[in-house]
Ligand binder design. Structure first.
Ligand SMILES: [Zn+2]
Length: 208
């Protein structure tokens, strides 16, 4: 014996009501997020994953403090992973505070707008100036967030510190510019008559 649909509806009216209501809410919520997104709106659900990702570093500072990235032209070199398809940038790309690229559909701008080579999704990453911070002698050896990126459709997976850093002598205040963190860095502080150095630099990304 088959139970006709109308019979089931009569028996479980509340269930059908709730179920239908639930489904329609989900769909309309999704559609609202797709409003005004143009021809690629099928990909737009992944734009809901706008998130802030912090870059944390940890290092051993010898007789120095306030390690920081200096200047608007400091380039943060990153490798990125597309949230939509998982494809990664093979080369490092960079963001700085000088460059700003427009987002499609007049949605403002970002430090970097990058089209995924695999799925063609338009992803972006924005460098938040107000998030910039220095790593001090007191922070050693813990991890500390020194910059936050606003990520849309993409996430950073590798960081290359390279050049353009600055540190200060712990007691002397002597400024050391153009510090290269591609590897361990060491110098001599004339004023303090002691060596200074940044060693064992490590990094990690965290969701804020
Ligand atoms: Zn992709």
């Amino acid at each position: 014996m088959q139970a006709p649909l109308s019979f089931l509806i009569r028996i479980f009216p509340l269930f059908f009501f709730l179920n239908t209501g639930c489904v329609s809410t989900t769909i309309s919520g999704g559609l609202e997020d797709n409003v005004g997104t143009g021809p690629n709106s099928t990909f737009c659900l992944c734009r809901m994953d706008d998130e802030k990702v912090g870059l944390q570093i940890s290092a051993r500072l010898e007789n120095c403090t306030e390690l920081k990235a200096v200047g608007d032209d400091f380039r943060w070199y990153l490798k990125l992973k597309c949230n939509q398809c998982g494809d990664q940038t093979y080369e490092f790309v960079y963001v700085d505070l000088l460059e700003s690229q427009p987002l499609k559909g007049g949605r403002g701008s970002a430090s970097l707008v990058i089209k995924c080579k695999f799925c063609s999704n338009e992803n972006s990453l924005n460098l938040l100036k107000e998030s910039l911070d220095s790593y001090t002698y007191d922070d050693c050896p813990k991890y500390k967030t020194i910059v936050v990126f606003e990520c849309r459709g993409v996430q950073p997976i590798f960081f290359d510190p390279r050049v353009g850093w600055e540190v200060k002598g712990l007691e002397s205040g002597t400024k050391f510019s153009d510090v290269d963190l591609s590897q361990d860095w060491a110098d001599y502080d004339e004023k303090a008559k002691d060596t200074v150095g940044v060693y064992e630099l490590k990094y990690q990304f965290i969701r804020m």
